[in-house]
Design a protein around this ligand. Structure first.
Ligand code: 26W
Length: 825
């Protein structure tokens, strides 16, 4: 009997404890090959993961079937990073199985919570940009948007951070070592990617045509991951590419008898997806990184065109079927790659190809720091991708002709706008290429988008004002409220129903409850329970002891000078100095736990020194019995998504203290506000929007705004004058210089101190006094717990805007023009 291709291959699984138990034991026995009584924790985790994944499988297949029949406009989110975080809990939630799984396993004497602890999170991202990509694919699925995420399956994710004598030491993150139950490799769908070689004129083609004669190639193996929507039956796909040596390549060398060379070649190929670059903000211009970028983009474009689209698809209609969203400049080499596919491989006329290319790419910029804008030396790009360099050259030539026509005689403008920069060496400015090719360019918060258009890309915004738009970032409420904070979620749902999980603006309905004393009491009770849970996690995970009930004051983000962890540190040292000198009576100091989480790029000297200083200050303060435990510094190593999920719900105070005009958006700020922490922050990134929404009374604003910072910088900033002019600042810096935090070694932290005193690029000293004053306001506000919890509830109630569902809706409206499809027809 023939099988109808559209027949669901498996019967719907029952959401009962009995059938879940049966599936789980089957996975344990047949998947892992062990009996229950001999199974390790890892066996049980893998069996549970596979059981849960089975429940999502029917919906995945269904979604894929519809994708082919619908042929709806699709969003391809191209990102070198997806910082997914733990998968088990999210999959249980999406499959609506947490209750059933808990019950089923409990009856077998197994705790689901314990098994969650076995999972190693896929940390395939550096920080904000990678986590944003993960939130976005969650929202795309939940909002029923046909979409696919494309990225790299790094064998090693972001390094594991450890501290040795307080200094950061990096170790490899071998996240795949215990098995990876969430991925589906498809080696049969491998795609070849070429590199190197030269170009040559095509003699039998159109006039001027050239072709690429590459020197070597690798294979990209797709690994598919399920991306379940919440409560809607859709399961989208995340496709991550892994590099392998091609057979042809191997064979050639094997045939030449050089076995060792063949194995070396294999390793060479596999290197491409070996490890995530841990640099964030200062691109190193490394060849392997460009290989990674081209590798995943070449695989993804070919995959979409040849596997996702129907075989007979007329690519002239591509803009109706797809937007490739470029997550920062990392995937921008996709632009010349698409041109090459159309012009070289399909013999399209250049203008026709360019017309299509200009309608399928949109570019999101995530930074304002000039040093973070990627550029590739022409020498390197030409060596690795000679044909792409020629194509970029032509794009630039035609673009600059347009600039000259529009601004005759303005050579300076032409130089500023060129895709090629000349200093220090001739290089391709990837942000310019993205802006020229993209039909939209967006920043990630209102202020950031404004500054992009007014400063970083102002020439382009003048030429194409309609190209520029804003989409303020967001975070997924599923992971960062519902999963991370089950108690608060329960209280919210009890009060307003559970519609908020997919319609976060409904949190507004909590506003009146801010005036309800009983509601506030329960809110405080939950906060306290979350603090105790966090304290337990810190003890178990790091052996760090903190008070269960002190104010939790959290600063978690990459270590970078512009984010100003050093300013936070100066506050702590100033408190300590005040207590030691008798200026601050101990009983007037609010009991606080300062929590830091921060990784430094391995080559970022000042960031690593700052980590060492935080740890040194922490050790001294934590060991000083005279403080009677009122102040504590907790700096757990290796901050990651898993730890965020227990810290964020416990926090009272969220530190968002970057120099105004430097933080593109921030997303941690949103997670904290949604979990009822109050923000102390500058007018930077999305803080601006948070403050507008939650209200000035419920936000501690301090410091220079962006125009003030720009003016101070232009007028000449002299940090030493601030040191001279502020007794407490001087005392704090002098205390660090005294060596008290380094067993008397006065030179220990001299680089950090002198960097602050001599250059202080991000003007921490200028904002010190306003910051200290704001911290005093925090203490006063915190003393009135009724008022504080009222503010905290209002933060929750008014932060619904920061759902990534809203961000995705904005992308749909302002950029993609795609529509959600109805899954349950
Ligand atoms: C190696 C070059 C490089 C340069 C920049 C690597 C990575 C970057 C990223 C753009 C850095 C990053 O993660 N940016 C952050 O993006 C978040 C999501 O939009 C924002 O919330 C943060 O403000 C921004 O710093």
């Amino acid at each position: 009997m023939g099988v109808n291709a559209n027949t669901p291959p498996i019967a719907a699984r029952e959401h009962t404890v009995e059938s879940f138990t049966r599936e789980f034991l089957r996975e344990l026995n047949f998947g892992q090959g062990v009996d229950l009584d001999r199974a390790s924790e890892n066996d049980k985790y893998l069996a549970l993961a596979r059981t849960v994944r089975h429940y999502l499988m029917e919906r995945w297949l269904e979604t894929l079937r519809n994708q082919y029949s619908d042929q709806a406009k699709t969003v391809a989110y191209l990102s070198a990073e997806f910082l997914l975080g733990p998968q088990l809990e999210n999959s249980l939630l999406a499959a609506d199985l947490d209750g059933v799984a808990n019950e089923a396993l409990a009856a077998l004497g197994i705790s689901v919570d314990d098994l969650r602890g076995v999972e190693i999170e896929p940390g395939l991202g550096n920080g904000g940009l990678g986590r944003l990509a993960a939130c976005f694919i969650d929202s795309l699925a939940t909002k029923n948007v046909p979409s696919i995420g494309y990225g790299i399956r790094y064998e090693y994710g972001i390094f594991r951070q450890t501290f040795v004598d307080g200094r950061q030491v990096e170790t490899p993150d071998n996240w795949l070592r215990l098995g990876s139950p969430w991925e589906f490799p498809h080696p049969e769908n491998a795609i070849e990617v070429h590199f190197g070689g030269r170009t040559e004129a095509v003699t039998d083609g159109p006039e001027g045509a050239r072709r690429w004669v590459p020197a070597w190639q690798v294979m990209g193996i797709p690994y598919n991951y399920m991306v379940p929507g919440f409560g809607n039956g859709r399961v989208n796909t995340l496709r991550l590419w892994s590099a392998e040596a091609t057979k042809a390549f191997d064979l050639q060398i094997f045939n030449s008898g050089d076995y060792v060379e063949a194995v070396r070649a294999q390793t060479f190929a596999e290197n491409i997806s070996k490890v995530l670059y841990p640099e964030d903000s200062t691109p190193q211009g490394k060849e392997l990184r460009l290989q990674q970028q081209y590798f995943f983009v070449a695989c993804s474009l070919r995959d979409f065109i040849e596997q996702v689209l129907p075989a007979d698809y007329d690519l002239a209609n591509l803009p109706e079927r797809i937007t490739f969203q470029l997550n920062d400049t990392h995937p921008v080499i996709a632009v010349p790659e698409l041109m090459r596919l159309l012009v070289d491989e399909r013999q399209w006329d250049w203008d026709a190809a360019w017309a299509v290319a200009q309608k399928v790419f949109a570019y999101t910029c995530h930074t304002l720091l000039p040093e973070a804008l990627e550029t590739w030396p022409v020498e390197l790009l030409g060596r690795l991708l000679p044909r792409h360099l020629e194509i970029i050259d032509r794009i630039n030539e035609e673009f600059l002709a347009q600039v000259r026509a529009q601004y005759p005689g303005d050579d300076a403008r032409v130089d500023r706008m060129s895709i090629f920069g000349e200093h220090p060496v001739r290089s391709v400015r990837m942000a310019h290429l993205a802006t020229v090719a993209g039909f939209r360019v967006n920043g990630v918060a209102e202020l950031h988008s404004q500054l992009l258009a007014d400063k970083v890309l102002s020439d382009f915004a003048q030429m194409w004002p309609d190209k520029f738009t804003n989409v303020t970032n967001g975070v997924t409420p599923r992971r960062f409220v519902r999963l991370a904070n089950p108690k608060l979620s329960g209280l919210i749902t009890e009060s307003i129903g559970d519609g908020w999980i997919t319609d976060l603006e409904r949190l507004r309905e909590l506003e009146p409850l801010a005036e309800d004393a009983e509601f506030r009491r329960r809110f405080r009770e939950i906060k306290l329970a979350n603090k105790r849970r966090f304290a337990d996690v810190l003890m178990q995970r790091d052996g760090i002891e903190i008070a269960g009930d002190a104010m939790v004051d959290a600063m978690v983000k990459r270590l970078h000078e512009y984010k100003r962890q050093s300013l936070k540190l100066l506050h702590i040292v100033s408190l300590y100095e005040g207590i030691r000198s008798g200026r601050l009576p101990l009983d007037q100091v609010t009991p606080r736990t300062f929590v830091f989480g921060a990784k430094a790029a391995p080559g970022y000297y000042m960031a690593k020194e700052t980590i060492a200083l935080i740890n040194a200050v922490g050790s001294t303060i934590n060991a000083d019995a005279s403080l009677q435990g009122r102040l504590k510094v907790a700096f757990p190593a290796n901050y990651n998504v898993t730890l965020a999920e227990s810290l964020v719900p416990a926090a009272d105070l969220s530190e968002q203290i970057s120099l105004a005009g430097k933080e593109a958006s921030g997303t941690g700020n949103m997670k904290f506000a949604l979990n009822g922490a109050l923000t102390i922050g500058t007018d930077d990134g999305a803080n601006v929007e948070i403050r507008k929404l939650v209200g000035d009374d419920n936000f501690f604003l301090f410091g220079m705004d962006e125009p003030a910072a720009a003016t101070l910088e232009a007028d000449g900033y002299h940090p030493h004058a601030f040191y001279e002019g502020d007794r407490e600042l001087r005392a704090a810096l002098d205390m660090i210089s005294s060596g008290i935090f380094a067993n008397g070694d006065a030179s220990a932290f001299a680089p950090v101190v002198s960097s602050l005193l001599q250059s202080d690029r991000f003007m921490a000293l200028a904002d010190f006094r306003p910051y200290l004053d704001a911290q005093t306001r925090v203490e006063e506000a915190y003393a009135d717990q009724e008022a504080w919890s009222r503010s905290a509830v209002l933060n929750v109630a008014r932060s619904g805007y920061f759902s990534s569902d809203r961000s995705i809706q904005d992308y749909l409206d302002r950029i993609w023009g795609a529509k959600p499809v109805d899954q349950n027809r």
